[in-house]
Write a protein that binds this ligand. Structure first.
Ligand SMILES: CC(C)(COP(=O)(O)OP(=O)(O)OC[C@H]1O[C@@H](n2cnc3c(N)ncnc32)[C@H](O)[C@@H]1OP(=O)(O)O)[C@@H](O)C(=O)NCCC(=O)NCCS
Length: 165
């Protein structure tokens, strides 16, 4: 049977994040996080020499100017790298894009001399925890009652770590 262009798995192109991407990145961030970061915040982070990111778009789509599918923003300083933020658009969830963006971030961190990568995650964020555990991140610490959601419910932040070497 011939595969339909509308039903087949999305394919993605992942490119280094540049200033022109910041508006789309901020928009997607606002869709996936309760506290949105502005495009100016992304721009000032991206302009720092230790910060780098990747952005992804679907390639096998008929949509002219397809919206941003996902991004990751990271930093590497003196051998220690961290994920500042990562998001995949809801309609592209579970296609392996988060995993690929993390791989791109870890590879670049390693190239810049990173020995280990750290990140912080809400202990109730099942999807992110699943992704990080699949990539070999392990709990390195915990900040109890660190986040408060819109209903006032508190949850802990887990600090996770993975060797890059
Ligand atoms: C977390 C996030 C980036 C994952 O992106 P994704 O592209 O859907 O992830 P992948 O398809 O690469 O999934 C990789 C693994 O993560 C886990 N995972 C992803 N989504 C999951 C879900 N909804 N429930 C449980 N596990 C999930 C699974 O282990 C999955 O592997 P599998 O599909 O082989 O089982 C995405 O859900 C997201 O943007 N969430 C909102 C923003 C956010 O929470 N960012 C992280 C903040 S710390």
């Amino acid at each position: 049977m011939r595969e339909s262009l509308f039903s087949r798995q999305p394919e993605f192109e992942i490119v280094p994040m540049v200033s022109d991407h910041c508006r789309s990145v901020a928009e997607l961030h606002g869709q996936r996080f309760p506290r949105a970061w502005g495009d100016g915040e992304f721009l000032s982070l991206l302009l720092q020499p230790n910060t780098f990111g990747f952005a992804a778009w679907q390639t096998n789509t008929l949509i002219f100017k397809a919206p941003l599918a996902g991004f990751v923003l990271s930093r590497e300083v003196a051998g220690e790298a961290e994920i500042l933020t990562i998001a995949v658009a809801e309609n592209y969830g579970r296609y392996g894009l988060g995993w690929r963006l993390m791989q791109a971030g870890m590879r670049e961190a390693r190239n810049r001399g990173g020995e280990a990568m750290f990140l912080e995650v809400d202990d109730g964020n099942t999807a992110a925890l699943g992704l990080y555990r699949k990539l070999g991140f392990e709990k390195a610490g915990e900040r109890p009652a660190y986040y408060t959601d819109e209903n006032g419910r508190r949850s802990s932040a887990l600090v996770m770590r993975r060797d890059l070497r």
